[in-house]
Design a protein around this ligand. Structure first.
Ligand code: HEC
Ligand code: HEC
Length: 510
């Protein structure tokens, strides 16, 4: 308790949070304390989660990427929208209510349906589902007419106000863009101007494969056009992001912090060219520093915080964590700060009550991961062997066993296969957004989980990958890998076509 109180005191001091050096971990996890593991159990888990050495047949339980929560169903557009398969009947009602709220279209205040108003004043979309379409990933705008709802631009400027002490220099910091805030909202309620529009141009980047084939990647450049309040600050850093898929998130939250930290190798002591650093972020909900797990740079420690941030930044709605009804309107946007809000008359003075937030979080925690389709197929197994040989598994870590969590039966003690280490990696200049976020540098991204990735075309009707959807196929996504992943990418670039196809088939089977 004393430690928490001291930290809380420290963060009210003038130094911006992101410029402070967080204490060494472990920090504590976003759920009630789990049942402890006995040494015997820990040893058994270590054996089960060790990378496999054998590729002759599928591993035991490999068909079940989410353990007992895995959903078996014929692939369809709804493949990402099922509840955890091990969910009891009584809890399915909450999942359905959460689904309704995730899809709900919020309206401008004041409206006759008081429980649905409070949208904006600035916003990116009127519902969670507008970006996380069919609970799958978003996409960049396909042309100048496309409003690009499932993508957003995070904004900031380097934080020059803070005098970074030497030991903190490694921890870069940033501050909101002074006028436009932390994110560009490209929509607004009637009578108020939207902040601007996203414009994207592309430069072709040809890559020649080992067999002479050329693949042309497209390097995007982002600008803000029609800025409502004049030009952005000259040092503005822009980070483009598409909405990620929503499956398996509760299981990610249930992975023991220690098991994620076990793979961190910030100084690359094992000399494999791959470091892997945890993002450590300030948790408003817990009042302490915590391991970042969610968001494309692991900038958020829990589904509660990520969801409350989304309500505030993306839809302009207040929650107990972000009580300002005006969302991301800055002091330089006074009209926006005084626009009517939906908190009037609400018993708790919030546009989104705790009860509504809890249901949305319950929904987000329980979107099931689909079963593997054909892990026994011999070409898929060949692709799996190549995945390990090329070094992909060094970051895309196959397996974990989740905590025993009495109050979260669906996530409790499951063998899961997300194919991620949930750590930050320098992915090279090509993928860099040059915008730091907590401990993440402008070149680092969190390894995304690969489960369900083979169903992207089925669910989302496109195959656009990476943080901003720039890759048009799985092969393009791999060819964009640089920095710590350069050796892995080169292995794929130089592969015979048959091996490359087998590797892609393996990814498509996830
Ligand atoms: C404007 C589009 C948009 C809207 C609307 C939106 N999101 Fe998101 N969502 C994103 C983007 C982009 C990210 C990645 C964020 C980052 O990297 O910081 C994300 C990330 C997330 C994540 C973390 C996923 C992961 O893999 O780490 C969760 C959970 C989430 N959103 C929930 C919600 C909820 C709940 C709502 C509604 C209250 C919502 N989102 C509304 C675009 C959106
Ligand atoms: C050094 C760590 C590292 C290695 C090694 C690595 N990856 Fe990745 N991978 C990442 C990161 C980080 C991203 C996200 C980059 C981004 O969005 O800009 C990513 C993204 C991806 C994506 C796109 C995922 C999505 O949701 O859009 C695929 C597919 C992928 N990797 C496959 C592979 C394969 C196959 C290999 C081996 C040839 C590999 N990766 C090696 C770290 C790594």
């Amino acid at each position: 308790m004393i430690r928490t109180a001291l930290l809380a005191l420290a963060v009210t001091a003038a130094t911006p949070l992101a410029a402070q050096t967080p204490p060494a971990g472990p920090w504590g996890e976003p759920h009630l304390p789990p049942a402890p593991r006995s040494p015997v159990e820990a040893a058994r888990i270590a054996r089960v989660t060790a990378p496999t050495q054998s590729f002759d047949a599928a591993e035991t339980y490999e068909t079940h990427p989410a353990g007992a929560a895995t959903k078996f169903a014929a692939p369809s557009r709804n493949a990402f929208s099922f509840p955890s398969a091990n969910m009891g009947f009584a809890r399915e009602m909450d999942f359905r209510l959460g689904n309704g709220l995730f899809k709900k279209l919020w309206v401008t205040a004041p409206a006759s349906t008081r429980s649905s108003d409070g949208l904006g004043p600035l916003y990116n979309a009127r519902a969670c589902q507008r970006c996380h379409i069919k609970d799958g990933r978003g996409h960049p705008p396909s042309g100048s007419e496309d409003s690009g709802v499932s993508m957003l631009l995070r904004l900031s400027i380097p934080d020059t106000a803070s005098d970074l002490p030497a030991e903190t220099l490694a921890y870069l910091s940033n501050a909101p863009e002074p006028t436009y805030g932390l994110q560009l909202q490209d929509k607004s309620i009637a009578g108020l101007a939207a902040e601007g529009r996203i414009a994207i141009s592309h430069t072709p980047v040809p890559v020649t494969l080992g067999d002479g084939t050329t693949v042309t990647l497209r390097q995007p450049q982002y600008t803000v056009v029609d800025p409502a309040h004049g030009p952005l600050h000259p040092d503005t850093q822009i980070s483009p992001r598409i909405a990620p898929q929503m499956i398996g998130l509760g299981l990610i939250e249930a992975i023991p912090e220690a098991d994620i930290l076990a793979h961190a190798d910030p100084q690359d002591r094992d000399g494999d060219g791959i470091s892997g650093r945890p993002n450590v972020v300030w948790s408003t909900a817990h009042g302490q520093w915590m391991l970042g797990r969610f968001g494309l740079k692991a900038g958020s420690p829990s589904l509660r915080e990520q969801s409350a941030d989304a309500f505030s930044g993306d839809i302009g709605l207040s929650t107990a964590l972000h009580p300002a009804a005006w969302g991301d309107c800055t002091e330089a946007q006074p009209l926006c700060r005084t626009a009517p809000d939906g908190a009037l008359g609400a018993p708790d003075g919030l546009e989104v009550s705790d009860q509504v937030l809890d249901l949305v979080i319950f929904y987000s925690r329980n979107l099931a991961v689909p079963a593997r389709r054909n892990p026994e197929d011999h070409r898929v197994l060949r692709g799996k062997a190549l995945f390990y040989q090329a070094g992909c598994a060094a970051c895309h870590r196959p397996k974990y066993v989740t905590h025993r969590l009495p109050d979260r039966p669906e996530q409790s003690f499951q063998l899961i296969w997300p194919y991620s280490d949930f750590l930050l990696h320098d992915m090279g200049a090509g993928l860099a957004d040059n915008r730091p976020e907590w401990q993440a540098t402008g070149r680092e991204w969190r390894t995304p989980p690969l489960w369900g990735i083979g169903l992207t075309a089925t669910v989302s009707g496109h195959t656009q990958f990476l943080h901003d959807g720039r890759a048009g196929s799985l092969l393009e996504a791999i060819l964009w890998h640089g920095g710590e992943a350069e050796a892995a990418r080169e292995a794929v670039r130089m592969m015979p076509a048959e091996d490359r196809d087998a590797l892609i088939l393996f990814l498509e089977s996830l």
